[in-house]
Write a protein that binds this ligand. Structure first.
Ligand code: F6P
Length: 476
């Protein structure tokens, strides 16, 4: 069956899992990418190509919740070299300001090329004549050009969900030119922030030698590629509605009760990733107790750390470090029934996340570098009474829009302590003023607006004259 809209992402929206009774089943994959793309998929009866997790090779295409999904199997060595290796131990740290040291291995790169080719071949097979193909994220940067070589009739968009680094960092990559050329196969290359788009255009000019003007790249074959920012968002109305449901309201009260009804609850929710700044934020909180600003009777920090990329060494090291830190802080500062930090190494469904957002007085999002950070936006959407404080890193993409948050430099421990304390002490009027403004922003720039603006730009910009039109995600 061929499709007029094909989504190509490293992951499918569902993961292959083993159910409690031992049989295989499917579970919704975590992360913003899935909820961001779902509305446009549904509006267009699209097909989604992606890896279902694990190393099953022979999974057939299937329907899930009205979406047509096509699994791409990865061999064990591809999981190790392409996914854990090149994607998450080479590209990931380079694109996140070198928060960890990247590794460069030629066999990782070879596997990255092979897997990208596999995704491109599947997209070429499934896309109808003149279809739109939307490729996502850093794992698949070579797919746009590979796909264009196979199917010049297609309209191709690419969106990078993580930051695109400055030239000074990107050019460390031994395969920098191939990656830039891979991306240039798209008609439109989307980034979270204008800075990412500008970095890309500058690199293309310097490293590939193409002519550029503002956000446009002119290719020798006559095509023009546009690089622009499309800051991703969330289903704001959906989260707001969820936060108002009886079960979520009751669960939020239960969480507060279970934590001993302290005056203030601080909350962090992150994938357990070294870019997220979990260690420094917990230290800042602990020091505020040590300095005597508040006590464990007054405040608790709930940190949810979602297990992630556990085979990658840097992630294992981080897990041990956080385990040790939480143990030390609770050992030093906690009392019976009153740990300073309530640490949960798990992932939760949307309802429980919404209940946590509703229960928390101060949301702490302090990554060293983050493409957007949708947790910050979800928290804001759930504060239906215009209360609650957001402490947000200047280095998260979300800081560009959520200007009324307490913005912090996550490398500055004292600065972070001051912001946490100010948020802790702030009065109702100040909280309302800030949260009202942030909620307005999130409502106006929701995920449907994001998908529609990308698709509309792709449609007007694409070189393809016979490409078909994609329907907007938001039905008016
Ligand atoms: O946007 C960053 C991202 O890598 C997404 O591509 C992905 O869905 C999410 O984080 C989770 O990462 P992973 O697929 O490696 O578990």
């Amino acid at each position: 069956m061929s499709a007029d809209l094909v989504i190509v992402a490293n992951r499918l929206p569902v993961d292959r899992v083993t159910l409690p009774d031992g049989t295989p089943g499917w579970r919704r994959s975590p992360g913003g990418l899935v909820s961001a793309i779902e509305p446009v998929m549904r509006a267009n009866d699209g097909t989604w190509i992606g890896w279902p997790g694990g190393d099953d090779q022979d999974l057939e295409p299937f329907e899930d919740d009205g979406m047509h999904l096509v699994p791409i199997g990865l061999e064990p060595d591809e999981i190790e070299l392409f996914y854990e290796g090149f994607s998450n131990a080479t590209i990931w740290p380079i694109y996140h300001d070198l928060v960890a040291k990247p590794e460069f291995h030629r066999e990782w790169w070879d596997s990255y090329v092979r897997v990208n080719r596999k995704f491109a071949a599947k997209a070429a097979e499934l896309a109808s004549e003149g279809a739109t193909v939307w490729v996502h994220d850093y794992q698949l940067q070579l797919v746009p050009q590979m796909l264009r070589d196979l199917r010049p009739d297609l309209r191709i968009g690419f969106y990078l969900h993580i930051p695109f680094p400055p030239a000074e960092l990107f050019q460390q990559l031994p395969w920098r030119r191939q990656i830039l050329e891979g991306l240039l196969g798209a008609d439109l290359v989307g980034f979270q922030l204008p800075g990412g788009a500008a970095n890309f255009v500058r690199l293309v000019r310097q490293r590939v030698g193409h002519k550029t003007h503002r956000d446009l790249v002119y290719l020798p074959d006559g095509r023009t590629v546009r690089a622009a920012a499309f800051p991703i968002s969330i289903d704001a109305a959906g989260f707001e509605k969820l936060a108002l449901t009886e079960s979520v309201v009751a669960r939020a009260a239960e969480i507060r009760q279970a934590l001993g009804n302290p005056r203030r609850i601080f909350l962090g929710i992150d994938r357990l990733d070294y870019t997220k700044g979990i260690y420094a934020r917990l230290r800042a909180f602990a020091e505020l107790i040590e300095d005597g600003h508040f006590d464990v009777e007054d405040a608790v920090f709930v940190q949810v750390a979602v297990p992630s990329r556990e085979q990658v060494e840097q992630y294992r090291i981080l897990r041990d470090e956080i385990d040790r830190l939480v143990g030390r802080i609770n050992g030093d500062l906690g009392r019976i029934g009153r740990p300073a930090i309530s640490y949960l190494h798990t992932s939760y469904p949307r309802e429980e996340m919404a209940a946590l957002y509703c229960a928390a007085d101060i949301m702490v999002v302090t990554p060293y570098r983050d493409g957007m950070n949708l947790v910050a936006k979800e928290y804001v959407a759930c504060r239906t009474e215009d209360d609650g404080a957001l402490v947000l890193s200047e280095f998260a993409g979300a800081a560009d829009e959520l200007r009324q948050a307490w913005l912090v430099n996550p490398y500055d421990l004292n600065g972070m302590k001051s912001a946490l304390l100010e948020a802790y002490q702030s009065d109702e009027k100040d909280l309302t003023r800030r949260m009202k403004a942030m909620r307005k922003t999130i409502r106006q720039h929701d995920v449907a607006a994001w998908a529609d603006s990308f698709m509309a730009e792709l449609a007007t910009f694409s070189h393809s004259t016979h490409a078909k039109t994609v329907r907007p995600a938001r039905r008016s």
